[in-house]
Design a protein around this ligand. Structure first.
Ligand code: GLA
Length: 379
């Protein structure tokens, strides 16, 4: 049964009436442009056909009452008395309410049922999906206009300041603004975005390594701090402003680790812009090569991969149906992404999955993804 149907049925069961609206917001996979967003750089993600769905009806007070099918858990809170509780899925819902109210939106409460199929912790942005679906839900009950960049920024604020994860803007922006059949080249400084078509006869395959990031926050924050230190050294607001020529002229003055961190971001920004260009020409071979180079840069310069991830990427790259593969998302575990010839995708999935299992003893989850719309009201 589809998630749309599941949230609708569960809503009727719990509240005795049909929901007034159903909203959805997708997870994402990033094709290229990793750890560039918080450096004011470029990213090239697409929204995927895995999403968070909410069936809801407005209430005539300022209470939000919501049940999660995924967590088999109910929660209730008052918009006039938002308080943090120990980490639970509902903190993302509350965090968005907090960010919206903080920005001056006047909110109305709702009854809702939530379900999602974005795997948690796989690096596919299940939290951004929940944040943007929540923003859509409040949009329905409270009647404010939808702006993808504004809602993405508020989702990010919820994540940064309510949940306490210091992420960039990529995940929220693509979950808000994704478009069917396309990736989005996002300028993370201006939040301008351009639609970029996927190369013809290719499919995007997500390969979840079944490893999970452990102490991700500290490693992520450490990378951010290293990037900021490098930008300061070059005397610019962000590493986005450092060209390869500037880097080569002055990099010798940086310590070895900071130099490699900066080199990843600077080369990754260039690869991302080039990736959008070759995609516009429909050149899958060139895109695949850029993805391979991106992985090497994350592994060697940014040091955010791990042995199981390298193995998955190596197996995907070695398969004849693949154009290229790389780790995707924050790093230290989670999923890889591969660009694969559409007509042989079944064989790719079977063989790479089997070889990964043999090599690591882990059971991977593999998803052939379609590019979908960002957050929307569907009924
Ligand atoms: C996580 C963060 C994003 C981005 C990526 C790395 O997904 O949430 O903002 O920084 O890592 O590209």
């Amino acid at each position: 049964m589809s998630l749309h149907q599941q949230v609708t049925d569960e809503f009727e069961r719990r509240y005795g009436v049909k929901p007034q609206a159903v909203v959805r917001a997708p997870g994402r996979v990033n094709l290229i442009g990793e750890h560039t967003d918080y450096n004011d750089g470029f990213v090239l993600p697409m929204a995927i056909n895995r999403a968070t769905w909410i069936a809801l009806r407005p209430r005539n007070d300022r209470v939000v009452r919501v049940y999660s099918i995924e967590f088999k858990d109910a929660a209730e809170f008052e918009l006039d008395r938002l308080e943090k509780t120990p980490s639970r899925w509902v903190e993302y819902v509350k965090g968005v309410a907090w960010a919206l109210q903080n920005a001056g939106y006047v909110l109305t409460g709702w009854d809702g049922v939530i379900a999602g199929d974005v795997p948690i912790g796989a690096g596919l942005s299940s939290s951004a999906a929940l944040e943007l679906a929540t923003a859509r839900a409040f949009g329905v009950t409270s009647g404010f206009p939808w702006s993808a960049p504004i809602m993405a920024k508020l989702g990010q604020k919820a994540e940064n300041q309510w949940v306490g994860m210091n992420c960039g803007i990529m995940d929220q922006m693509i979950s808000a603004a994704g478009k069917d059949g396309h990736a989005l080249l996002i300028d993370c400084r201006t939040l301008d975005s351009q639609l970029v078509p996927l190369p013809p006869n290719t499919l995007v395959v997500v390969l979840d390594t079944a490893t999970r990031r452990g102490l991700v926050d500290s490693a992520y924050n450490e990378r951010r701090a290293q990037c900021e230190a490098a930008a300061q050294y070059f005397g610019v607001p962000a590493l986005r402003d450092v060209t390869m020529e500037m880097f080569e002229a002055r990099a010798a003055g940086l310590d070895e680790v900071t130099r490699r961190r900066a080199r990843h971001v600077i080369t990754e920004n260039a690869r991302t812009l080039e990736a959008a260009e070759v995609m516009r020409r429909g050149d899958a071979v060139a895109l695949g090569k850029l993805m391979d180079a991106s992985h090497a840069s994350m592994r060697d310069d940014f040091e955010i991969s791990r042995p199981e991830m390298d193995k998955m990427v190596e197996l995907a790259q070695a398969h004849p149906a693949s154009y290229g593969a790389r780790m995707t998302g924050g790093g230290f575990g989670g999923a890889a992404v591969a660009l694969v010839r559409a007509e042989v995708v079944g064989e790719f999935v079977t063989i790479v999955g089997e070889r990964y299992r043999q090599a690591t003893g882990l059971k991977p989850a593999i998803y052939v993804c379609e590019a979908t719309n960002g957050a929307e009201v569907v009924g």
